[in-house]
Design a protein around this ligand. Structure first.
Ligand code: ZN
Length: 425
């Protein structure tokens, strides 16, 4: 016998959730910790209980639904009493299979970013529980707090759980006047305790996140499932290009040192360099500012904001070395951000692949160009992600859409992957 998720039920849950924070013509706005976000968490807590999960919040306001299949009722009480962790299950009996994503949105976002990963996971848990399926491991479904980064950097809740909060965020939590600390106080939580949401490395056998692709690769290929290889690393640079300002009429072309012309060549070079690395590496100059910035003055100084993303650390390093060489003699290069790529776990990817094959579903390895909670969870658990297609590649906009057929299929793959991890010792 094989288990089938209930696609109709999942759809109705996603449709109900999509009403929270919805405004006609303006999509869904559920900024982290807002009234709408709290309402969404309350709604999902109800669904978790209906599914048969034990619901709690950790100190970072991550909503956790947990199911202990192997413990008899008496053992469960004994465990809670002996661990003293009745509020939230910091210590696990056995490493759990953890699934999750987030419920908050960007301003005027869509109905699937994050929501699919949480409600898909609740559906998977409910399917397992209501069919009386026995697993060797506990299940946990997590709705991570503040993934989209309002009042703090993005993926805040999963960073707290992984113990990787940034120093600036720690400072904000200590300062009771900061908007972030006040958001926690409003929820009845002590902001200073947020870092204690950190989990042990042994808490999870695997972390699985179902998410919309937010790009158009899968749609372009006509393939319904993406198995995420990793989350790209990002390097950001502010580049200053020097020249010599002068009269735009009186200075002959031959003797000019036009900073913008030099910068333009650099922009083309960055684009070409990214192409030379092949698919999986992208580079963008997203902002350019010429000074003094007038019709009749040759630009003497230009500032460029350049960003490089790749799954491969060596590519990022080679690109950076190339930029340093290229900028030498032209001006200066300052590193604004260095975020390394995060690889997904090979064994977990293998389980997702096996799940796709068992279901005879076409699948494709794919990098994630956007950050997700999975990149933090990868530090405390073997992590994997499943992508489903985004129509026209649109996300973070009201038009964000994924076909119901793909929603159901992705969730079925999540279920099979979860069972594959559970049966694997
Ligand atoms: Zn998301």
């Amino acid at each position: 016998m094989s288990l089938k998720i209930n696609g109709q039920r999942l759809r109705s849950h996603l449709e109900c959730l999509a009403k929270i924070g919805y405004r006609e013509g303006a999509g869904i706005t559920r900024l982290a910790y807002s009234r709408e976000d709290v309402q969404a968490h309350e709604y999902v807590a109800v669904l978790m209980r209906e599914a048969g999960l034990q619901v709690s919040y950790d100190p970072a306001w991550n909503l956790i639904g947990r199911w202990e299949p192997t413990l008899a009722q008496e053992d469960r009480h004994a465990w809670a009493a002996s661990s003293g962790e009745s509020v939230w299950p910091k210590k696990t009996s056995r490493p759990a299979i953890v699934m999750g994503s987030h419920l908050d949105t960007v301003p005027q976002g869509g109905p699937f970013d994050g929501a699919l990963g949480v409600l898909g996971a609740v559906e998977v848990a409910q399917t397992i529980i209501e069919n009386g399926w026995s697993l060797k491991r506990p299940l946990e479904v997590i709705a991570f707090a503040n993934e989209e980064g309002s009042l703090a950097g993005g993926t805040f809740g999963s960073q707290a759980m992984a113990g990787s909060l940034a120093e600036e965020e720690m400072t904000l939590l200590q300062d009771e006047k900061s908007a972030l600390a006040r958001a926690y106080l409003n929820l009845g939580l002590d902001p200073k305790l947020v870092p204690s949401a950190k989990r042990d490395r042994e808490f999870a056998a695997a972390y699985l996140e179902l998410h919309i692709e937010q790009g158009d690769v899968l749609e372009g290929l006509g393939i319904p499932i993406g198995i995420v290889q990793g989350i790209v690393g990002i390097r950001r640079y502010e580049i200053t290009v020097h020249g010599r300002a002068g009269h735009a009429g009186a200075t002959p072309m031959a003797g000019r040192k036009d900073a913008l012309v030099r910068a333009a060549q650099l922009v083309l070079d960055i684009n070409e360099k990214a192409r030379s690395f092949g698919p999986g590496t992208v580079a963008t100059v997203g902002r350019i500012q010429a000074s003094p910035g007038a019709f009749n003055v040759i630009p003497g100084l230009v500032n460029l904001y350049a960003e490089v993303r790749s799954l491969d650390l060596k590519t990022l390093e080679d690109f950076e070395a190339h930029l340093y060489r290229r900028v030498e003699g032209l001006g200066a290069l300052a590193v604004v951000l260095r975020k390394d790529p995060v690889a997904m776990d090979r064994a977990v990817m293998g389980h997702v692949e096996a799940a796709c094959e068992a279901l005879r579903v076409r699948h494709q390895l794919i990098p994630s160009g956007a950050g997700h909670d999975a990149m933090n969870m990868a530090a405390v658990a073997p992590a994997g992600m499943i992508f489903v297609p985004s129509r026209a590649g649109l996300s973070h906009v009201p038009e964000e859409w994924t076909d119901w057929e793909h929603v159901t299929l992705g969730t079925q793959v999540l279920l099979e992957s979860c069972l594959a991890v559970a049966s694997h010792e």
